[in-house]
Design a protein around this ligand. Structure first.
Ligand code: NAD
Length: 495
């Protein structure tokens, strides 16, 4: 097995100086440098600047000018065409974007291609289609007509203004697309603040956006950590934040958004997603479901399953077969097309996951498989399965965001529903059964923004995505995003 060759354009891009992308051009920035590290070999591949307040001011001024100017004057069809041209450029630069993503995040190349780029193309086209379908409604008022006057009324959907999109490191392209394409389709302008761990793809995509016809300032990228994110939210020139990340940061973002100036906030946060296998599902199908739910991209998927509930009569057989399946995963260089399981994305996350292995042992969990860092360069750990006997185990309540599946046996369906909902979070859940009638009865009883049946993690642009309970506020894509990126203006006319 050998790694694919790095494209010359990727090498050329990485060797350029990087900072931010403001008003249609790449700028280096004057802030401290942040190294971008390849998690499979711990080598720096580039560095970017941590944005200063001056950088943030420049980005907001530029986005504001584009909102009041060139982008604000576009028609819906023009905005749709720009997004379609950007989708074409994603297709043209598919391999380049996928390679940059794999080098900065450790995502295996097949997933960078299929999920980050190909899915992003589908989403861009979805938003392009939505751009021409944003509308208000006409309403007949009931006011009395004393002197023969009449009234007409209608509502308008108007873009909120400059949107701040704050993005985590796990899907640096796809999650950014959900934010910048929502903004551009509705007529807003946007400033993306990528994660400090994975800023490079967005800097390249901003260049492609300019090539696609996005005018200067309509799409800016500001690199750095938490401070630039906070400054952007607090800034008087921004109107909305769309944040995706962890629950604690999301709560801080929500608070600062409210305190700043009632900045509109959409919060897409983490969870502790549940996966329930009904008794009728055999061990082979269960194991395939566990791999799909819990181990794609080393479990670093916000909707990934972490709490696995298997009927007591099936559990031993399932764990035996799961051990074989996990042992058979090809672990290695994410740039090798044969690799199925790569490194964790960064050192801090690696340390956190190793801490969870210790927690599982300290609270008496049985490590059915894995539970170790790998003795090699890079942030590699084993895919891991842990069996607990107590529903109060911390392994069943704390989000690991890693390749750790925690199992608990259940005895009847009432107990299963109780376990599925026994969490402050509610991003996603899946049910696995051959009895679709039973699934249809259980779906309304599950507290989650998305419920999958006999599948997990796959997202479709037409279906809104977001969390209930402490997993967030608001929805991405579908048609639901329009409410979050526009203000509803009521107009009434006496005539
Ligand atoms: P994080 O919360 O640490 O960081 C997310 C982003 O917020 C980063 O860009 C970071 O620089 C920025 N940030 C940090 N502090 C900030 C502050 N005070 N103000 C403004 N911005 C700030 O999350 P992460 O570690 O990058 O990502 C992992 C988390 O994201 C997991 O909890 C995962 O479940 C969640 N996630 C949720 C979804 C979803 O759609 N619901 C999708 C992907 C990831």
């Amino acid at each position: 097995m050998t790694a694919i060759s790095i494209l010359p354009e990727v090498t050329a891009f990485l060797s350029r100086p990087h900072g931010h992308y403001i008003h249609g051009r790449a700028v280096e920035g004057r802030g401290d440098r942040i190294a971008v590290v390849n998690p499979s070999n711990e080598q720096a591949i580039a560095d970017v600047a941590d944005a200063t307040r001056d950088d943030v001011d420049a980005a907001v001024a530029s986005s504001r000018a584009a909102f009041e100017g060139a982008w604000g004057r576009t028609t819906p069809a023009e905005r749709a065409n720009v997004l379609l041209r950007l989708a074409d450029l994603f297709e043209k630069h598919r391999e380049e974007l996928a390679q940059i993503e794999t080098l900065q995040s450790g995502k295996i190349i097949q997933i960078s291609r299929a999920f980050e780029v190909d899915q992003a193309i589908g989403f861009l086209k979805h938003y392009a289609g939505a751009a021409t379908r944003i509308h208000g409604e006409t309403i007949t008022p009931s006011l009395p007509s004393l002197n023969g006057e009449r009234y007409s009324a209608f509502t308008r959907r108007e873009p909120v203004g400059v949107v701040v999109g704050i993005v985590p490191w796990n899907f640096s392209i796809l999650i950014a697309v959900w934010k910048f394409a929502s903004a551009l389709a509705t007529g807003c302008t946007v400033i993306i603040k990528p994660s400090q761990f994975t800023p490079l793809t967005l800097l390249r995509i901003a260049e492609l956006a300019t090539e696609a016809g996005v005018p200067a300032g309509a799409f800016n990228v500001v690199s750095g950590g938490g401070n630039p994110g906070r400054w952007l939210i607090d800034h008087e020139g921004t109107a909305k934040v769309s944040f995706t990340g962890s629950v604690p940061t999301g709560i801080a973002v929500g608070r600062s958004a409210m305190e700043a100036k009632l900045t509109r906030a959409t919060l897409e946060l983490g969870g502790k997603n549940a996966v329930g296998f009904l008794k009728d599902v055999d061990a082979d199908k269960t194991v395939a479901g566990i791999l799909e739910s819990g181990f794609v991209h080393q479990g670093q998927v916000c909707a990934a399953g972490e709490r696995f509930f298997v009927h007591r009569s099936r559990l031993d057989e399932v764990l035996e077969k799961l051990k074989d399946a996990l042992a058979g995963l090809q672990i290695g260089d994410p740039m090798d097309e044969c690799t199925q399981f790569g490194p964790l994305s960064n050192r801090a996350h690696f340390d956190k996951i190793v801490g969870f292995f210790d927690l599982a042992r300290s609270e008496g969990g049985t490590i059915a498989f894995g539970g170790q860092p790998l003795e090699r360069t890079g942030y590699f750990v084993t895919p891991t399965a842990i069996l607990v006997n107590d529903r109060r185990a911390k392994m069943l309540s704390e989000e690991t965001f890693g390749p750790i599946a925690t199992f608990l046996a259940y005895d009847d369906e009432a107990e299963l529903v109780d376990l599925l909902n026994d969490t402050p979070y509610g991003l996603a859940a899946s049910l696995w059964t051959n009895d679709l009638g039973k699934a249809m009865n259980l779906i309304p009883r599950i507290e989650a923004g998305t419920v999958w049946v006999n599948m997990h993690t796959f997202l479709d642009p037409a279906l809104p995505f977001g969390g209930v309970k402490a997993s967030g506020i608001g929805r991405e894509f579908g048609s639901a995003f329009i409410d979050d990126y526009t203000e509803l203006k009521s107009v009434m006319i006496r005539h």
